[in-house]
Design a protein around this ligand. Structure first.
Ligand code: ATP
Ligand code: MG
Length: 260
């Protein structure tokens, strides 16, 4: 429960164990996320970051423990969740227009093609504007940069007016400047819609000015708190079970000794 009201937390995990293919991916996850919180999910390849998002989407079942999303068990096709999956750039000859990709968020699944055209087009226009994508809305997707394609995925995820936005590695393959642009955009969306955001990344530095907390997953364990609380030599050495040094310089944090 949210401590300041009777509303349920957006996300609540209690003693969640995740196993895949007979292997324990996460041992015992316990945390909750409140309305409008911005959380970064960090950890090395295979730590279970994408799997955690799939757990919230109802695509993976916990082996043990309780998972609640807005007070209910996860279910597929939940309109309260917007999801931008881990993604690779589309081929250069991919000819669909940018706005068609966004439209898939309506036609492709949740609301079906029965929606009135005018209302649908208005909604698509609105989210394209929100992510600053109107200037390339009619361009073939294959010609767009990684940052532009990422904006479209975020726009698509916003179509149903979610309370929880799950973004799997939206900064992958972006340079620092374009990564910062996406972070600023997500922060604005998070605040203006009061939507909770869980964003998977391998580098916390572009997110340091924006996030409320980080969830760090490694070696079957996890830790959650502010970046200053979690990204310390002691906490990360405990998580990884080996010697980790966190070096702080020029306002950035660098984890030394292990893969991140
Ligand atoms: N359906 C499945 N069956 C068996 N094992 C799986 C399945 N899906 C994922 N895994 C394994 O679970 C582990 C966690 O995978 P996951 O994709 O969640 O990692 P991740 O933290 O997102 O990694 P990355 O940073 O590479 O995206 C990996 O070792 C992966 O091979
Ligand atoms: Mg992943």
């Amino acid at each position: 429960m949210n401590s300041e009201s009777n509303e349920p937390s957006v996300v609540a995990l209690e003693h969640v164990q995740v196993r895949l293919g007979g292997r324990i991916i996460q041992e015992d996850m316990n945390f909750s996320v409140q309305d409008g919180e911005f959380i970064a999910i960090l950890g090395p390849n295979g730590a279970g970051k994408s799997t955690l998002l799939k757990l919230l989407l109802g695509l993976v079942k916990p082996h043990a423990g309780s998972v609640r999303v807005l007070g209910r068990a996860p279910s597929k096709g939940n309109k309260d969740i917007g999801y931008a999956p881990q993604f690779r750039m589309v081929e250069a000859d991919f000819a669909l227009r940018a706005r068609d990709i966004v439209r898939f968020g309506l036609d492709g699944n949740k609301w079906g093609p029965g929606w009135p055209n005018r209302k649908r087009d208005e909604l698509i226009e609105q989210v394209l504007q929100e992510v600053n994508a109107l200037s390339f809305a009619d361009a073939p997707v294959g010609q767009l940069s990684g940052g532009e394609q990422q904006r479209l995925l975020i726009a698509q995820a916003l179509l149903t007016g979610p309370r929880l936005l799950l973004l799997d590695e939206p900064l992958a393959n972006l340079d620092i400047a374009h990564g910062q642009e996406i972070v600023a955009l997500v922060k604005t969306v998070c605040r203006s819609r009061n939507v909770a955001v869980m964003l998977v990344t391998h580098d916390v530095n572009p997110l340091l000015p924006a996030v409320d907390r980080v969830l760090y997953m490694a070696n079957g364990q996890c830790a959650i708190g502010t970046p200053q609380e979690v990204i310390t030599s002691q906490i990360l050495s405990n998580l990884y079970g080996s010697q980790v040094e966190v070096v702080k310089a020029l306002g950035s944090m660098f984890v030394v000794g292990v893969q991140i």
